[in-house]
Design a protein around this ligand. Structure first.
Ligand SMILES: [Zn+2]
Length: 284
């Protein structure tokens, strides 16, 4: 089956979205025209689920929300035939739950993990699904490079020695495409952020996926100053029981003049880029 990147690029239109600051594409882009679409799924409650789709029809899935997140259905609706790279940023249910069914229904090339563990049935089921999938498994460490066709993502976190906290050991990736870059942070919190700032690793990014669903325990001021994002995105369901995103985080971003998009408020968020500029489309 021919995969249509256009389906992804037009996802917002597909969902009957309004399109602030742009018009949904009406014709498929040429396959020779490099474009990347990053979709932040609305996986409900607190949870992450992000699809990176490239013009070369390469796909990276970063987290899958909880077991009933609907990510498998979304991938099917988008006619995604395989996941070349699957990243589980941390072993908590709101990141790996939905990946279990992905691993059972979609061919997966590589799996990248933090290497940290959990004691839950969900984590056991996830590991079983990873091993049954026969995907190549890697523990991500700072300076590792994850290839996605012509693109590559730099692992910025974790580094040795690991922290006590599963959140701080989250896999964080910096994906650069031309002049536009994304920093995906999982549930990384202030401790790991501090180590990253100290390490001098390149954190600058056009788009920052806020750590830990916009919690006040992430996005510390020095980290935000190092990233200098133009746009921030959080993933947390509307009226979630954790109060994500926290007002302190939103206030910090407002003071820095960074506009914030979130799945709780905006539904599905799709950011498309040709490496020079970018466009943000939202479900609502
Ligand atoms: Zn989480």
């Amino acid at each position: 089956m021919k995969v249509s990147l256009w389906l992804l690029l037009g996802l917002a239109a597909l969902l009957g979205a309004c399109t602030p600051g742009g018009v949904a594409p009406t014709s498929p882009p040429s396959s020779t025209q490099p474009q990347v679409a990053v979709t932040f799924f609305d996986v409900g409650e607190s949870g992450d689920g992000i699809l990176v789709a490239t013009w070369e029809e390469k796909y990276m899935l970063i987290d899958g929300g909880r077991r009933n997140s609907g990510v498998v259905g979304a991938l099917q609706a988008l006619q995604v035939p395989r996941i070349d790279v699957l990243v589980a940023t941390n072993p908590d249910a709101d990141h790996i739950g939905g990946l279990i069914d992905v691993l059972k229904t979609v061919p997966v090339g590589e799996v990248w993990l933090s290497g940290d563990t959990n004691t839950t049935i969900t984590f056991e089921d996830f590991l079983d699904a990873v091993s049954a999938s026969q995907a190549e498994v890697h523990a991500a460490r700072q300076e590792d490079v994850i290839r996605l066709g012509s693109l590559s993502a730099q692992v910025v976190n974790p580094s040795e020695p690991l922290f006590q906290s599963r959140n701080d050991n989250s896999v964080a990736l910096r994906l650069e495409f031309g002049q536009v870059s994304f920093l995906f942070t999982g549930d990384m919190e202030a401790k790991a952020e501090g180590r990253l700032v100290q390490s001098g690793v390149n954190l600058r990014a056009t788009i920052l996926k806020l750590g830990h669903h916009g919690s006040r325990t992430s996005t510390s001021a020095p980290f935000l100053a190092a990233v200098q994002p133009e746009v921030a995105v959080y993933q947390a369901g509307a009226d979630n029981r954790y109060g994500h995103p926290h007002p302190e985080t939103l206030a910090l971003l407002a003071a820095a003049g960074v506009p914030v998009y979130g799945t709780g408020r905006n539904g599905v968020i799709v950011i498309t880029t040709d490496g020079a500029g970018y466009r943000i489309e939202t479900e609502r």
